[in-house]
Design a protein around this ligand. Sequence first.
Ligand SMILES: Cc1cc2nc3c(=O)[nH]c(=O)nc-3n(C[C@H](O)[C@H](O)[C@H](O)COP(=O)(O)OP(=O)(O)OC[C@H]3O[C@@H](n4cnc5c(N)ncnc54)[C@H](O)[C@@H]3O)c2cc1C
Length: 491
Amino acid sequence: MTDKRIRRIVIMGGGTAGWMTAAALSRALAGQGVAITLVESDAIGTIGVGEATIPTIHWFNQIIGLDERQFMAETQATVKLGIEFVGWNGEGSRYFHPFGTFGPPGDGAMFLHRLIRARADGDMAPTEAYSLTVQAARAGRFTLPVNDRRSLLSTLGYAYHFDAGLYARYLRVLAERGGVRRIEGVVASVQQDGESASVRSLTLDDGQVVAGDLFIDCSGLRALLIGQTLGVAFDDWSHWLPCDRAWAAPSAAESDRTPYTRATAAEAGWRWRIPLQHRVGNGYVFSSRFQDEEAARASLLAGMDGAPLAEPRLIRFIPGMRREAWRANVVAIGLSSGFLEPLESTSIHLIQSGIAKLLSLFPARDCSPLLARQFNRVFGQEMLDVRDFLILHYHATTGRDEPMWRERQKMAIPDTLAEKLAHFRSSGRIVLSSDELFRDASWFAVLDGQGERPGDHNPLVEVVGRDNNLHQLAALRAEIAKTATAMPPLP
Ligand SMILES: Cc1cc2nc3c(=O)[nH]c(=O)nc-3n(C[C@H](O)[C@H](O)[C@H](O)COP(=O)(O)OP(=O)(O)OC[C@H]3O[C@@H](n4cnc5c(N)ncnc54)[C@H](O)[C@@H]3O)c2cc1C
């Protein structure tokens, strides 16, 4: 009987995507006689950015068996409690998109309706006062969340900022310990099966041939296998997400680190500020239609809190996604599958999500098109959901008068986002499907932060009388403030 199982996996690329995939596959397939080879080229290098994560990173770090303390030390990581958006409603404006949930432990979605109602009844407290995560972030304090759903600490959420290069290096050690073989070299050509177009092998510039049954394309924006070899089309979303360039530069570490990413709106895009243990990551993501590269470079330098430690680096990209991330025996993971700009730090999550979907749909050697279709359907939907959330940030901006922002406010948005906005504006509902990455608290934080006002609340919350609701919310604010103050200061 012929062997139906995949015996040779080739991972093309050794950036964050390549080494995350290698670490996860070597663990999941341990002891099953599957040879995993990773090909990367130091001469080509990696994209070298990607420092902010979202809380789903815990799930990935756990499945590959990372010890949190060691991981944080190895990658110079800091705690991230969310993102502070500055200037998105005009100069001087700011709001916070925290991880975790708003209000008391328990039903977060219903709490938001109590808050909407309290506002209509005269509650003037800022939204931040209802988030333990934001209060902790503002106080520079932190403690680990707990699972006990009766404790206020269960409403906390956190992720990390880390050095992506060190993360990949750390994962490489784990993957190589798990049996992954690394080959250094430039892939010069790709051989395909004439009939099925499946990839059979990669030939490196030194003549070495690397054959495989399944190929994971982690070659970054080049998309060497899924794009250049198999010709899978790319959907360009720059009419919705205008930024297509970024300048990035590090500055010196700060002793008083803020436990959050800062995203500051600027004339033709936005600047990020990400504090790590050993440095601060800075960048300016901008639209080349509205600002030339030199002016954007100057804008980054002018907006940095500290002097740059290195020459700013320019990265060019097109926001959008590959129409199929899996075709034949090639699965694209990482930037090769698409890129949605870094505003909500979702790329590393999408890498994890691609890996998880590949593990649950792991094919036999025939790489069934049925499995590929399912992968493409669920992965594609996740990209669309994240895309809509990002478009909201640009579209719902007020108080900015630069041409790019005026165009964003007027643009036609996808029907799926228009429907969500209509629900919120009319009844305060946040309508989500069960698989959506960003949940009620995230949508509320951004809708509310960008000045969207709901027309009503869920009438069911009226079971609590008006005065009772206002008193309970005042007591909750006091408890949140007290709990945040009682947390230990950040290390
Ligand atoms: C401006 C910007 C900011 C970002 N910020 C964030 C963030 O805060 N949070 C987040 O989650 N994500 C962020 N991202 C995305 C994140 O950087 C990427 O998702 C992540 O680094 C994964 O990249 P990758 O491994 O797919 O590609 P790369 O890092 O580009 O790696 C590609 C690999 O393929 C190899 N390769 C390519 N061609 C060949 C060849 N011919 N032969 C041999 N090897 C080859 C390269 O050597 C390299 O090893 C950001 C991206 C950009 C552009």
